[in-house]
Design a protein around this ligand. Structure first.
Ligand SMILES: Cc1cc2nc3c(=O)[nH]c(=O)nc-3n(C[C@H](O)[C@H](O)[C@H](O)COP(=O)(O)OP(=O)(O)OC[C@H]3O[C@@H](n4cnc5c(N)ncnc54)[C@H](O)[C@@H]3O)c2cc1C
Length: 572
């Protein structure tokens, strides 16, 4: 079984030649010292750490899994040691501010690190996956006293953090949360209730765990506006243990290396984070960061599945491939069969486009944080608001379905455990569900973000994409035609929606996928413009997936537009 290898050459090409990231970042005062050499060095070191330390633990993480005994959770062999090395080397603090103990590097480098980590070992990566969001949440919403106690420990990853939202009866609808917070005389709160599916609710990776919990004050109104955010650690600063217990961990389809915990809060003394009734606002900081991370999980896992399938297709021989001209009795590599080639090149097209879009989104986060120009900041906010749900949805969908196609390349050998591809398919499935299911992402995009301003924000995003197309593709091209169709389709939904309250909800997924296809085409046009055509090896590397995108991926756009238009016509 071949373990995942971080191939940082491709990532570096996308970052520098396609996204022009070093120049964009160096133009920001905060990153004036972040030169291309430094970025390359961080990327190379990330790749080395992931390939050498994290990837080899993936199989044990699946087979041994996290173990629960009397409220104590023991992580799989090697996980704790790897985590200690991880935080002591400063990896979790990559993009945290220097004043909080971080390295002050761009978000985009952290995004690339997390893509590699998820590809190598999704289960292990769940543990630090929420750290950065928790750091931002505490930094922007907690009191100075709380910050003094927790900010640096969370920024550096010395302590891990959880996000406690879900309850047995409250999943997508957090307005149903019942966990209650009763004020105590000293200004703190007693938290009581049960949270389920809490990733990393209990483990032995760090000395302390910081829980961020959504709960309801006694006089709070029903629904989401009655939710407040609270912080309760496993151990308080004086060393005493809080009344937070892990009652069980779930048996799951995959992701065995990550304990999914049922957490009981038994009048646990906690502190309010932010204002009463503004819990969801504070939590959204964490959830938006987490959504990009989940998209990166999808991209990484699909890359890991592709690596395995591609290697196998270069070894396994079966039957003669059309046009290969071997003699009777001889068999060709399965990678030479058009059906297998189609699977492999198509997944490559998804991974490479996904990287461009995810790294671009992370760069936009850097602009939001550090650009002094309000117009640039507003455009970056728009990009993140519109593109993040698209990425979360389509790349987690593709990780599972494309990963399953990669499993198909192995035939029966993919269905048995030997090659490790079935673990990727099992592990990837959950990413379509958590951090807001993919159905919720589609509704978030169309109903909450596009229809709300009559499609103006989406039009602005599309204008920006067109302006960034390479010169020769700017007019009368299929890409431009697709952008025009998307604009027209958006307006049709805007017009028809008032006649049929359910319309937007029915076509939300078709709409999200249409946007994804336009974004992917843009990403690939940018990749092709960045390729050095005089280097035959480089040209060959990128040409097959570019062709697969046009042959096998983009035709879906027509089907999606057809569905949306039919639904709008029926509603009118
Ligand atoms: C392994 C794992 C780890 C997790 N980690 C965490 C964690 O760390 N913290 C945490 O708080 N939670 C966590 N979760 C919970 C996760 O976020 C929820 O499972 C998810 O939000 C969906 O909620 P639900 O399971 O209750 O499904 P439901 O909300 O009951 O949804 C069931 C189905 O109905 C659909 N649906 C629901 N409402 C709508 C709607 N309005 N429109 C269209 N379709 C709708 C959903 O898309 C889904 O297909 C985790 C879950 C898993 C499995």
């Amino acid at each position: 079984m071949n373990a995942y290898q971080a191939r940082t050459g491709d990532m570096q090409f996308l970052l520098s030649s396609v996204l022009n990231a070093p120049a964009k970042l160096q133009a920001l005062p905060a990153f004036a010292d972040v030169d291309p050499d430094l970025m390359q060095q961080v990327l190379d070191e990330s790749g080395k750490f992931v390939s050498e330390v994290i990837a080899p633990l993936n199989r044990d993480g699946d087979e041994i899994g996290a173990q629960w005994q009397d409220g104590v959770v023991t992580m799989p062999t090697g996980f704790k040691q790897a985590y200690q090395t991880f935080w002591q080397s400063g990896w979790p603090a990559l993009s945290a501010s220097a004043e909080d103990g971080g390295q002050g590097l761009p978000c985009v480098l952290e995004a690339m690190l997390y893509e590699m980590l998820s590809a190598a070992n999704h289960g292990w990566t769940m543990a630090p996956g929420l750290l950065h969001g928790a750091y931002e949440c505490i930094k922007h919403h907690a009191s100075d006293e709380l910050k003094a106690q927790y900010l640096q420990k969370v920024a550096t990853g010395e302590w891990l953090a959880t996000m406690c939202l879900t309850e047995p009866h409250a999943g997508s609808d957090l307005g149903l949360v019942r966990t209650k917070a009763v004020p105590l005389p000293d200004g703190q709160y007693a938290l009581s209730g049960t949270k389920i599916f809490i990733s990393g609710g209990e483990h032995d990776l760090t000395e302390n765990i910081v829980h961020l919990v959504l709960a309801r004050l006694p006089d709070a109104p029903p629904g989401p506006k009655g939710l407040s955010l609270f912080l309760v650690p496993k151990f308080y600063p004086d060393g005493s243990r809080s009344r937070v217990h892990c009652d069980r961990i779930e048996e799951k389809m995959g992701l065995h290396g990550s304990p999914t915990c049922v957490m009981r809060f038994d009048e646990a003394v906690s502190a309010l984070v932010g204002e009463p009734g503004k819990g969801l606002n504070a939590m959204f900081v964490m959830m938006n960061a987490a959504r990009l991370h989940v998209a990166l999980q999808g991209i990484g896992l699909l890359d890991a599945a592709w690596q395995k399938a591609d290697a196998y297709a270069q070894e396994r021989r079966q039957m003669r491939a059309p046009g290969q001209g071997k003699g009777p009795g001889q068999a060709d590599l399965i990678g030479e069969h058009p059906a297998v080639r189609r699977i492999l090149d198509t997944q490559r097209a998804w991974v490479d486009a996904g990287r461009v879009l995810a790294y671009r989104t992370a760069l936009e986060l850097d602009l939001i944080k550090h650009s002094p120009d309000p117009t640039v900041q507003a455009a970056a906010q728009r990009w993140c608001a519109l593109v993040t749900p698209v990425m979360k949805s389509v790349f987690t969908h593709q990780a599972f379905h494309g990963g399953s196609d990669c499993l198909q390349v192995f035939g029966g050998h993919g269905y048995v455990r030997e090659w490790g591809i079935e673990q990727i398919v099992r592990d990837a499935r959950v990413a379509m569900i958590y951090e807001g299911t993919n159905e919720i992402q589609a509704i978030d995009l169309l109903v909450r973000k596009v229809l709300v301003d009559g499609g103006q924000g989406m039009n602005g995003l599309l204008d920006g994409l067109l302006a960034e197309l390479p010169q020769h593709t700017k007019s009368s091209t299929p890409a431009q035609a697709r952008v025009q169709t998307l604009r027209a389709v958006t307006q049709q939904i805007v017009k028809a929606a008032p006649q049929d309250a359910a319309l937007a909800y029915r076509v939300a997924d078709d709409y999200l996928r249409s946007v994804a296809l336009v974004l992917m085409e843009w990403a690939w046009l940018r990749i092709e413009a960045g390729v050095d055509a005089s280097d035959p090896q480089s040209a060959q590397r990128w040409s097959a997936p570019a062709k697969a995108l046009r042959d096998w991926v983009l035709p879906e756009f027509q089907m999606r537009s057809y569905i949306i238009v039919s639904q709008c016509t029926a509603a009118a």
